[in-house]
Design a protein around this ligand. Structure first.
Ligand SMILES: C[S@@+](CC[C@H](N)C(=O)[O-])C[C@H]1O[C@@H](n2cnc3c(N)ncnc32)[C@H](O)[C@@H]1O
Length: 326
């Protein structure tokens, strides 16, 4: 498993959009039958607006009739979204989660979307601001919520959860081999209030990794707690399902993931949509190809060498794209 690193400089507070050319080509792209000389005129959704890196470039590819709806659960995305909406009337924004996508579209009477982008995980501004509590290298409150007005913070959960539950989360969402040992150390040291308290505690509880590629010992723990606190696994399942359902025939869903747990979910969901259903034995034969709902657009796409050099944070990104065929 690889994780989006938290300690590489990308220009603090900035978010460089990853796999940008690949997203533009395959989501709006030159190979689309519907493409017009003046740009694409359908409705697009950027379900992970962040700081609008992808959104701004997507807007450049749309015609005057095109529309882009931005979504993000983080209230801090709102200021940037309002700025963009003020500059470009084709853009609008709604603070919402993936699992609310279809409700948002229904409220806005939007049907038959041309493209949905999901660039999942956390943004550089979220990671780089210690007060958000995502970083194991900077002192901050142990929060880690993408929307600090919703649910429990990492500290609230870690300070009351059972040792077995903590160990299970570390194993399931971090694939942390030392999950039990770390969970025991957390319970013994409670209450925890800051990021560095947790990072130091993990460092002391587990053997220091060796070798030039070694990661901070708390990398997997922070990833696991963040995924749990934000219900990221459930949100991704919902986002994939609602994103695909909201497409018009010919519309595309593009998903960028940052670690193997996410990518496995995307791969599995896209495979289900693009392969004929398995025929239960003894049922009358049907043309199962006619029941396939999606077509994969290329294979998994990774950043080019040039992108890796310019933005090391893109290292673990994978883009997958699917088109709705019926
Ligand atoms: C990797 S960043 C996206 C960056 C963006 N593409 C850009 O170029 O600026 C991911 C964003 O998705 C948001 N996000 C993550 N999970 C979400 C969910 N379930 N619902 C809505 N937004 C979510 C995060 O708050 C974060 O701002």
């Amino acid at each position: 498993m690889t994780e989006r690193p938290t300690d590489e400089s990308a220009g603090a507070g900035e978010h460089v959009p990853v796999l940008l050319q690949e997203v533009l080509t395959h989501l709006v792209g030159s190979s689309r039958a519907s493409e017009r000389a003046d740009g694409e005129s359908g409705i697009f959704v950027d379900a992970t607006f962040g700081r609008g890196g992808h959104s701004r470039k997507l807007l450049e590819r749309l015609s005057a009739q095109g529309q882009l709806l931005g979504l993000d659960r983080d209230p801090e995305a709102l200021a940037e979204a309002q700025r963009l909406a003020g500059q470009d009337p084709r853009f609008s924004f709604c603070q919402a989660r993936f699992s609310e996508l279809q409700d948002v579209l229904k409220d806005q009477q939007i049907e038959g979307v041309r493209g949905v982008l999901m660039d999942v995980g956390v943004s550089s501004p979220q990671l780089d601001r210690p007060e958000r509590g995502f970083s194991f290298t900077a002192q901050g409150p142990l929060d880690m919520r993408m929307n600090p007005e919703e649910g429990s913070s990492a500290a609230e959960w870690l300070n009351q959860a059972d040792e077995a539950e903590i160990a299970q989360v570390l194993w399931m969402y971090g694939e942390e081999r030392q999950s039990r040992r770390i969970a025991r150390a957390i319970v013994a040291a409670r209450p925890l209030t800051t990021t560095l308290e947790l990072a130091d505690l993990v460092s002391q509880a587990v053997p220091r990794p060796r070798g030039p590629q070694r990661k901070h010992p708390a990398t997997r723990t922070f990833q696991a707690v963040r995924i749990f606190v934000n219900e990221e696994a459930q949100e991704l399942d919902q986002g994939l399902q609602q994103g695909f359902s909201s497409l018009a025939v010919g519309g595309r869903l593009a998903v960028i993931s940052f670690h193997s747990l996410e990518d496995r979910k995307v791969k599995h969901a896209f495979r289900q949509l693009s392969q004929p259903p398995k025929m239960p034995r003894r049922l009358p034969v049907r043309n199962l190809d006619q029941e396939v709902q999606g077509r994969l657009i290329g294979g998994p796409m990774k950043p080019s060498l040039a992108e890796l050099n310019a933005n090391p944070r893109s290292r673990s990104a994978t883009l997958r794209v699917i088109e709705k065929v019926r």
